[in-house]
Write a protein that binds this ligand. Sequence first.
Ligand SMILES: [Zn+2]
Length: 306
Amino acid sequence: MNRVNFYAGADIDRVSPLRRDADWIAKRLASPDARVLPVWREKNFVSFLDQGGETPEIAWLSAGDAEALTEGVEAFVLLGEKDGIPYFAIDLSHLDEPEAAVPHGTFVGLRDVGGTLGQSEGALLSYAKGLFHWHDRHPFCARCGSATKATDAGHVRVCTNPDCRASHFPRTDPAVIMLVHRGDRCVLAHNRRNPLPMFSTLAGFVEPGESLEEAVAREVHEEVGIHVGRVRYHSSQPWPFPGNIMLGFHAEAESTDIAIEEAELVEARWFDRAEIANAAETGLKLSRSESISRRLIDDWVSGAVS
Ligand SMILES: [Zn+2]
């Protein structure tokens, strides 16, 4: 149960007390060791060093190369430090052809390469992607509509209206994700968002004035018409698609009849443990291996959860 989920485990010191220390940041940016992660229009930068071109690794820029492509040091976001090496990120979305400017890698969707990255690399890319998604969606103050400006090494945006000056912080929206089970069976669903017939756990957003346990029970009832009783927390996963934290649970069903919410689901049904354990042989497609959805399923099948 202690294994860290994919997209977490960056193993980096976020040095948050130093984000306002402009001198320290300037010194770290000037360090020849500094590594900069570029992000372009929600895509991450990787290189494929192996012969077959299937194993991605993070492709870095030096701070000097990165600064030449941006509007100066304010464009940098400080991610943190690891083994004495400072890590930054920059957004190159203003370039129309970024790979002409930085030809030693390629920009890819994180979901397209996610599970093939190392744990720490996947988490760093997720961190940078999530931060720039937030910056991109918050150019204006939600209180007064004036322009906002990045401060604190890219971890705060402040309103430029002197009568407002509201501070805005990076958002991570909580969603619950849960495996509903009863005895030797569990419920999996094929969501309309998946063009392929892939079966996964149920999930939904937490609403204001609602506990996580209440959100689990409400979403399960809305999506498949099942009443759940005991709800137990399992683990969580950053999910930068585009800006969520997935909070994983196992939920015991108190009823068995399924009535699906057709706007959201194509199909939902009960599966027994053997059916899921034999998925590879029978061609049953389950959630992606790096997802918390799959981990909730696998841990239940292996008996880690009863
Ligand atoms: Zn404002």
